[in-house]
Write a protein that binds this ligand. Structure first.
Ligand SMILES: Nc1ncnc2c1ncn2[C@@H]1O[C@H](COP(=O)(O)OP(=O)(O)OP(=O)(O)O)[C@@H](O)[C@H]1O
Ligand SMILES: [Mg+2]
Length: 231
């Protein structure tokens, strides 16, 4: 699904913010991307989303060498990726419903199905009463949930989420994590950047940990065995 080989990244003529990154994400895997503020989590996601080109190394995405992909091919590739940006990037003049419907409409879904499907997902993330609201009238946590709904609505092959629970309380954070896990069970490869150690500790998923520009793998834990009720 994703393969990095000795990748380095830099902004302009600044220092290298990521160096010698080598890792793979297997199809259908679920990873946390951890590390202190400024460690390069958002930068790594930008590389994956093809918003930033590496200065060295090879990135493969969906079995394609990203460096060899023509600009005109990017939109089709990006449609397979759902992204929750750290700063949400909602479209200001579109309602909650229309923001979330966008990926479905771009993909040519039938309008009759779009509304129901979107409304159902928005109800699940607790926004049933805000379907017609503009982003500017929503709280930070509500905007974040709109951004998440928009990223998952099209069941992308790859979901990249940058600090997706940074603005919501614990109860909603768990609900959103459940949404990501459901998507993952349906086959989506998931990568979630967060510095919420508490959240990470509650799930068994492996981590890619960034520190001082380098990447460390932290293996996942086995899922706790279910206790059987009758022997
Ligand atoms: N657009 C930019 N131009 C120049 N430098 C940048 C830019 N974006 C990020 N950086 C630098 O790259 C490094 C990594 O930043 P990045 O945003 O990837 O960190 P992060 O792990 O996502 O942090 P946070 O947890 O605070 O979101 C930082 O030193 C930052 O200053
Ligand atoms: Mg960041």
């Amino acid at each position: 699904m994703v393969r990095f080989e000795d990748v380095a990244a830099q902004y302009g003529r600044g220092p290298e913010v990521l160096t010698g990154l080598t890792f793979e994400l297997a199809p259908g895997s679920f990873h946390f991307l951890t590390g202190p503020s400024g460690a390069g989590k958002s930068t790594l996601l930008r590389l994956l989303y093809l918003a930033l080109r590496p200065i060295r190394g090879t990135i493969e995405l969906f079995e394609r060498d990203v460096a060899r992909i023509a600009r005109r091919e990017l939109p089709a590739l990006r449609r397979r990726i759902g992204v929750v940006f750290q700063d949400f990037r909602l479209i200001g003049h579109l309602s909650t419903l229309d923001n979330v419907a966008l990926p479905l409409r771009v993909a040519g879904a039938k309008e009759g199905q779009v509304r129901n499907h979107v409304a159902e997902l928005l109800a699940w993330v607790g926004l049933a009463d805000h379907l017609e609201d503009l982003p500017s009238t929503l709280s930070g946590g509500q905007q974040q949930r709109v951004a998440i709904a928009r990223a998952v609505i099209g069941r992308p092959s790859l979901l990249l989420a940058d600090e997706p629970t940074g603005n919501v309380d614990d109860r909603i954070a768990m609900r959103l994590m459940y949404l990501f896990e459901e998507l993952n069970k349906m086959g989506t490869t998931v990568l979630i950047a967060t510095h919420n150690d508490g959240l990470v500790a509650r799930f068994p998923h492996p981590q890619l940990h960034l520190e001082d520009g380098r990447l460390y793998r932290v293996p996942g834990r086995p899922r706790a065995a279910k206790v059987r009720a009758n022997g």
